[in-house]
Design a protein around this ligand. Sequence first.
Ligand SMILES: [Zn+2]
Length: 269
Amino acid sequence: MQLIYGFLLAIIIAFLAYRAHSLNKSGALAATITGTIIFGVGGWPWAILLLTFFITSSGLSRAFKKRKQGLDEKYSKGHERDAGQVFGNGGIAALFALLHGFFPDALWPWLGFSASLAAVNADTWATELGVLNPHPPRMITDLRKVVEKGTSGGVSIVGTLAAVGGSAIISILALLLNPAVTPAFCLLLTASGLAGSLFDSLLGATVQAIYFCPRDQKETERHPLHLCGTETVHIRGWKWLTNDWVNFACGLAGAILTLLIYALLVIQY
Ligand SMILES: [Zn+2]
């Protein structure tokens, strides 16, 4: 029965997001699938965490539009999220919701779920709020190297603080919504979320596929075509490692870190 309610809630939210141009058609379909699993198997606490991520990230991607002018040409996609982005950000979370269905009394599926959402939320907040940094970002692999705003792998003080905030809000909700989560676990989740988003930046600086627009003489994630319509040329990174896979790795890294430390604690005591 909960699955049916989950499906109804998911389809209503996906439809509203589609109407608000936060999701395109494939994104709305992907959100209905992910949402049905998470709401349907997990129930309200799981739904609240997912919706916190979804609503704050959609909201922030609309905020500060003036400051973000000119950045769209760098990011692989626009504001309407597609299926790749939905599964990239929510795929790991949906997997842990399924695992919760098989292990309903265990704490670890909730911790893995929360950590993966903390990581992708940290990454989204950092990307969307990092543009407010007064100075241009620096490369995470070489902090002396100043790069243009929006460059994959670029980090800044404001962006990092935003990542801590994005991770903390999910972690605090994870604490409030599940009595088995202690304040120490809340800290662990926050740290894991931040670590996941830094891992995302590290991949962006090293192995993520990056292209170049010969017409604008600019680096971009966009391929095959730049916003100007010119075909972009591959300059570095693994061609298969798109931004969606980097987001997926960000959520996975957060979950693995939390669960490794949790496993060590469980073995210890
Ligand atoms: Zn161009």
